[in-house]
Design a binder for this molecule. Structure first.
Ligand SMILES: Nc1nc2c(c(=O)[nH]1)N[C@@H](CN(C=O)c1ccc(C(=O)N[C@@H](CCC(=O)O)C(=O)O)cc1)CN2
Length: 282
């Protein structure tokens, strides 16, 4: 039976440590969150982020965009937040309303306030494996913190990342590569036979495709580390992209809920604090 990578517990520890650091800091961080209030998931996650931020002493400013918002109108909001000295971090909650180019909006965020690391400057730093501190997307960064917490070193391991989004797949692959894993990215155009062959060889599998039960037990190597980044609702219950039976074969597994999700939020808060400190040193 797989051992559990307990994101809920590790995230709690991170938030406790952060509370002490924020209390001692001269500047209290302020995080602006731009989101679509008509998206049920975004409302839920923004609320979770807001409550978690308040508990560690980070102020949030929620900016709900209009249902008829366009890429240009949201870019104007971002430009104002970039210029606002009282804002330390800007988070663009995905997805934005239909028709808006999320990537163009991510790219507008000033690199020093881009706490989700989704703009091209910070993504470029990640892919160049720059050694300085810069923000990285919260979900994959949280996954790396979790692996590190449990002493799982990706060096020399075969890793397969399933999904190639800016929020998860691309930065996850870059982080694993930077940690010396041999990384393959699979995506919607990878045929099933190829995917299965890749997964059956993988020591580490990270999946975030938004399809419940997408990864099957038969596809997983005995003892593999399985990182389930999926967040789906089935009959009102949260579940991931990995079928339950994978727990019988994997060595380590992130549960859903209680795995990667809480790490995403704790990491976002950590990145907001780090960005605030870095701004003080400019
Ligand atoms: N700009 C961003 N947009 C989005 C991100 C992101 O990291 N940055 N990620 C996702 C959603 N997300 C955060 O925004 C997120 C999803 C889920 C959780 C979480 O803690 N889930 C709980 C279960 C919740 C439930 O029971 O319904 C868990 O896994 O334990 C946190 C954050 C999309 N957009």
């Amino acid at each position: 039976m797989a051992k559990i990578l307990d994101g809920k517990a590790v995230a709690k520890k991170m938030r406790e440590q952060l509370t002490v650091l924020v209390e001692r800091a001269e500047v209290k961080p302020t995080l602006a969150v731009v989101f679509d209030p008509n998206d049920d998931g975004s409302r839920l996650y923004v609320g979770m982020k807001q409550r978690a931020a308040a508990k560690v002493g980070i102020q949030t400013r929620d900016i709900a965009v209009a249902p008829d918002a366009t890429t240009a109108s949201i870019e104007r909001i971002v430009a104002e937040l970039n210029a606002d000295e009282s804002v330390n971090g800007i988070l663009i909650q995905a997805p934005l309303p239909a028709g808006v180019d999320d990537a163009a909006v991510f790219a507008m965020v000033a690199p020093e306030k881009d706490i989700d690391g989704l703009g091209v400057t910070n993504q470029g730093r990640l892919f160049a494996n720059e050694t300085s501190t810069y923000p990285v997307a919260a979900t994959p960064k949280g996954v790396m913190t979790l692996l590190n917490h449990y002493g799982i070193d990706p060096r020399g391991k075969k890793a397969v990342v399933v999904g190639r989004s800016q929020l998860f797949g691309r930065p996850m692959a870059a982080l694993l590569l930077n940690a010396d894993a041999t990384v393959t990215i699979a995506h919607r155009y990878t045929d099933e036979q190829t995917l299965t062959a890749l997964l059956q060889e993988a020591d580490i599998v990270a999946v975030g495709v938004g399809i419940p039960g997408f990864i099957k037990k038969e596809q997983i190597k005995e003892g593999a580390v399985v990182l389930d980044v999926g967040m789906n609702l089935v009959d009102g219950k949260a579940c991931g992209d990995v079928e339950a039976a994978v727990a019988d074969r994997a060595g380590w597994l992130t549960p859903v809920p209680g795995g990667v999700g809480p790490m995403t939020i704790a990491t976002l808060l950590e990145s907001t604090f780090e960005a605030t400190l870095a701004q003080g040193q400019e």
